[in-house]
Design a binder for this molecule. Structure first.
Ligand SMILES: [Zn+2]
Length: 265
């Protein structure tokens, strides 16, 4: 299991996550935030007093959720992100890899002083003289799914800006509030600089951790079926017994069965 300490607004909060199993791997149906929250909630171990409990992931801010997705990625695939990029100039493919931890360090939330906001009690921020707001959580993000960009922004502000603000003042500050929210709780969703080793052309490559992790798991669906088939055929275990094995154990055993059969998996 992984113990992750979120340094959120109220001090440290512990989260204990277990290793992913085939149950979660096959439950992922898309790369949406809903699927990300569902995956993390399934992995939360609730038997630790004082730690985050199952069902509570949706109350975390985006930055805290990204820390948990990063922990799942590290445990499942290691600390490096590897990607193949096609050069926009010469069309050659080249490999790009970088450390996830270095990226997280780079994207770290900006301190309040830099953003011109102050933190009041209970996770409420103050901007200027009149505006107080809280950071959006997964629940807020889920509430605006399916809305257009402008409508989603308006609903998010309505949910997160504290009551009693005149609508004229709200619209005056809306861009500043949204920028402050994004800087205080960023997503690991960014452009990275890459340079083609063939022709030297520099270009930007988009990286989104939630999309990358959930796509990687979804992309292994066929391999998961092959492992289930190999273990069921060899040991006679039921589907649910195999799906409940920790991923590393399932893969190791399937690899052994495969080696006995002469390879192929
Ligand atoms: Zn090139």
């Amino acid at each position: 299991m992984d113990q992750i300490c979120l340094h959120n607004l109220f001090g440290p909060e512990w989260v204990v996550l277990r290793e992913i199993t085939g149950m979660e791997e096959q439950a992922i149906a898309s790369t949406s935030t809903l699927d990300a929250i569902g995956l993390l909630d399934a992995l939360v171990m609730s038997d630790y007093e004082g730690a985050l409990q199952q069902g509570e992931v949706a109350r975390l801010t985006s930055w805290d959720r990204e820390q948990l997705l990063a922990a799942v990625y590290r445990r499942t695939y290691g600390a490096n992100i590897e990607s193949t990029v096609t050069c926009l100039q010469c069309g050659e493919k080249f490999d790009m890899d970088f450390g996830l931890d270095v990226l997280l360090e780079f994207l770290n939330p900006k301190p309040c002083e830099v953003l011109g906001v102050s933190l009041l009690d209970e996770g409420i921020f103050q901007l200027g003289e009149d505006v107080t707001f809280r950071l959006p959580t997964g629940q807020d993000e889920c509430a605006v799914i399916g809305l257009g960009q402008e409508e989603a922004k308006a609903v998010l502000l309505e949910r997160c800006v504290q009551d009693g603000l005149e609508s004229a003042t709200l619209s005056q500050y809306s861009d500043a509030i949204q920028s402050a929210m994004e800087a205080l709780s960023p997503l690991v969703d960014t452009e990275l600089n890459a340079s083609c080793p063939e022709c030297g052309h520099g270009q930007q490559v988009h990286f989104d951790l939630q999309y990358y992790l959930l796509s990687a798991i979804q992309g292994e669906r066929t391999h998961l079926m092959e492992e289930i088939h190999a273990l069921a055929s060899s040991y006679g275990w039921s589907l649910s017994e195999i799906l409940n094995l920790p991923r590393s154990q399932r893969r190791a055993l399937a690899g052994m069965v495969d080696a006995d059969d002469g390879g192929g998996l």
